[in-house]
Each structure stands twice: as C-alpha cells, then as structure tokens.
Ligand binder design. Structure first.
Ligand code: SF4
Length: 408
C-alpha cells in the first residue's frame, strides 16, 4: 500500500516499532491477536490494528503539502479534515480556515470566496451541490481533493446498483459528512434513502409491506430521502450500501433483514431474491474491518478495562467503544490529560453525548491488565502519550524505551 508523508509529531516510536514487527510477521493480516506490552505492574494489550488509516494519511499528506506549497494563498477546509481535534487544530495553526462546521453550518460564507482561494475537500468527500458551488466560483476542487478512495468505492457501488434498476438504501448517520456525500452521489443515479440503524430500518420495512400510511414516510424520513422519492415505486427493488465506518454486524443485520422483507413481500426464494434485492457485500472500508476484527481479537484477553482513544465525533471510534463495552468497563478518551489521576478519568459517553468522571477506574490489584485501541483518525503519538501517563500511576514499571527495544 502507498506510504504517505505524515508529520513526525503524529508518530510514536513505540507504536511504529510494534506495527512494523507485526506486519513483517503477518503480511497477510491473518493474526488478529493483540500485542502484549508487559511493563511489570501494568500489562497493556494493544489491538493488532488501530490508528491512522490510508484515507486519513492521504488527507493529512495532501493538506500539509498544500499549505507548504502555497504561501500567501488563502486555504480553506470545507469542514473538519478528519475527526481528530489535534490534526484539525494543527491545520488551523498553519493558517487553514474552516468553511463549515461538521453539521454543514457556514462559518465562512461561500460568497467571500474567490477563484484564487484553495478549498480542501475532506477525506469524507462532499456533496455534488457543494462541489458545483465551488466550481462556479472558479475554485478547482479536483486539485485539492482528499476524498478517500474507499469512500469513492461506495459511490461506484451505488452507481452499479442504480444501473441495474435498484433504489439505494444507505446505512449511515444521516448528518455525518460522509453519509451526506454518499447520499448526494447515490441520489444522482437512483432514488435513495438513508437509514440510521435497525430501528429505522424496521420502520422503513413497514412502508415496504404497506403497514404504514405512505404519507407519514415523508415526515418520518424528512431529510433522508432523495428529491421526487415515490414510496410506492421506489421501494420495490432495493440495494444496501453503507457509510464506510459503521459497525459491520449492524450493516449485515440490516441488509439481511431487508432481504427477508423483500423475499416475504414478493414471495421470492433465496434463488430469485435478486429480482427485488441487490446482492452486495457491505461497503465498509478495510480499516473499519481490520480495526473492528482486531478489537474482537483483543477482547479474548481477560482484562480489567479498555481504553479507546479518538475524536468524540468519530464514527469509527464510537463503534470500537461499542464493541468493547459489551465485554468490560470501557473509557473513551481523546487525550492523555483525560486520565485525571490514578483514581479518576474524564471520559466520553457517546450514547448521550456527555463527558463524565468515573472514580476507581484502575483496579487495585497488580498487575493490572488494560486493553487499548484507537480510531482511524487518531495519531499514534496520542496513544503513546496515554501509555506514558498510565505508567506514571504504576511506580517501578519498565520504561517505554525499554519495551520499545523489545520490538526493534
Ligand atoms: S476510515 Fe476508511 S473510508 Fe474513512 S478515511 Fe479511513 S480508509 Fe478511508
């Protein structure tokens, strides 16, 4: 896979050494067991895969290169580059400005832009309408486009399904930049509707079966269906694609459920289900798959707690938290400072969007066993910082340098 020029400040010597060693020993990525870092009084298990993915490294590389190569020009980011506060803050410090917040609300009005400005399209991609608006101003978006190829792959998949006459059901968070971009691209080719989760899918199925009043659909799914969507016409043949960072098992369950609904409604069998349901695999990206599978591998360890590191608005990170929470106490943090002391941690509850303090999060017994992973937009340096902070709570531990040497 291509390598990128990512600022060294985001790298961690410890984690780079581990990843290199693991990769050399397992080039086909078949081993999802975690890596043990035995510091003595605390044993840390790092997931086999975590941290910056292809799309994020690509976006960071292009963004910092654009800043370096264009002194004196105004450079804007359409919205957050990736869902990591440190990376975004570093870009702002380098003089880059945001045009919109993550919900698409204007920060700098488009009217202020000129053809001389540079606008970076983020890794999630953007909508065709925004791209057109920028192009109309004279801004050449194609030159500074960091859209991840794995997101573009979803757009291509939608196009393929559309060409076969299916409408598109997108499993994703309706307000997430990537889902908005995918919805825009899919809608160009076929009637499209977004479902956020299984609960919404079950409601959608009631319209497919004719159990709910069709008029209600347009209120219930407001903002989630394409222009001109005709409930009776456009839900007869469907295919499912998803935001690349959803939980694999959720997308699978939604696709399986909708397939069953179509089989039942049209009296089909597995053999001819394709007449009404496009047979596709999920469109999760390789990083989402690897990171989620690596968490499942890590959860095989009998541990005291898990720490998941990443931006609080990061979809892929929240799914890693969800997986860990099923098994053991899990703390979602975005920087080492959130480990307030050996007794208290300030962590994020993504279910209700609040940060909470928990006391007594570290076990009294030694050695303590802690699982750690991070999202696809989280710099490894942040994870190393968290490991170093944990070690301060365990006097007599080996140093990070001593453990790094084991992986040299
Ligand atoms: S999480 Fe996947 S789709 Fe998103 S930027 Fe990374 S590689 Fe691309």
């Amino acid at each position: 896979m291509k390598t990128f020029d990512v600022p060294v400040v985001y790298r961690s010597p410890l984690i780079s050494a581990i990843k290199k060693k693991r990769k050399e020993a397992d080039r086909m990525k078949k081993d999802f067991a975690p890596t043990l870092l035995d510091f003595g009084p605390v044993r840390i298990y790092l997931a086999r895969h975590f941290g910056f993915c292809y799309g994020v490294e690509n976006a960071i590389d292009i963004a910092f290169r654009t800043v370096a190569e264009n002194p004196g020009r105004r450079i804007f980011l359409l919205s957050e580059m990736i869902h990591n506060p440190q990376v975004n803050a570093d870009l702002v410090a380098a003089g880059v400005r945001f045009l919109q917040d993550t919900k698409g609300k204007a920060i700098v009005p488009f009217e202020e832009l000129t053809a001389d400005d540079i606008v970076l399209i983020p890794a999630f991609g953007t909508t065709l309408a925004i791209e057109q608006r920028l192009n109309d101003i004279g801004i050449r978006t194609e030159l500074y486009n960091t859209t991840c190829p794995f997101v573009e792959k979803v757009w291509n998949r939608s196009e393929g399904i559309a060409q076969k006459g299916y409408s598109i059901v997108i499993h994703g968070k309706p307000k997430h930049e990537e889902t908005r971009a995918t919805f825009s691209h899919a809608s160009k080719d076929a009637p499209s509707v977004v479902v956020e989760d299984m609960k919404q899918t079950i409601e959608l199925a009631k319209y497919i079966r004719g159990e709910k009043d069709a008029a209600q659909f347009y209120t219930e799914f407001a903002g989630q269906y394409s222009q001109g969507f005709d409930l009776l016409r456009d839900l007869q043949r469907i295919g499912v694609v998803n935001q690349t960072t959803m939980l694999a098992s959720d997308t699978q369950a939604i696709a399986d459920y909708l397939k069953e609904v179509m089989i039942e409604k049209y009296g089909l069998t597995e053999a001819n289900a394709r007449e009404h349901f496009a047979d596709t695999r999920d469109t999760l990206c390789y990083a989402t798959n690897d990171n989620q599978t690596a968490v499942s591998g890590m959860l095989g360890v009998d541990a005291d707690l898990a720490i998941v590191v990443g931006g609080y608005n990061s979809s892929n990170t929240s799914h890693l938290v969800e997986l860990c929470e099923e098994k053991l106490p899990t703390y979602f943090i975005n920087e080492e400072a959130k480990l307030l002391s050996k007794d208290t941690v300030l962590h994020y509850n993504f279910h209700n969007g609040t940060e909470n303090v928990t006391e007594g999060y570290l076990p009294a017994k030694q050695p303590a066993t802690i699982l750690i992973t991070s999202g696809a937009s989280c710099p490894d340096a942040l994870v190393e910082g968290i490991i170093r902070r944990l070690l301060t709570f365990y006097p007599g531990s080996k140093t990070v340098e001593e453990v790094t040497a084991q992986f040299a």
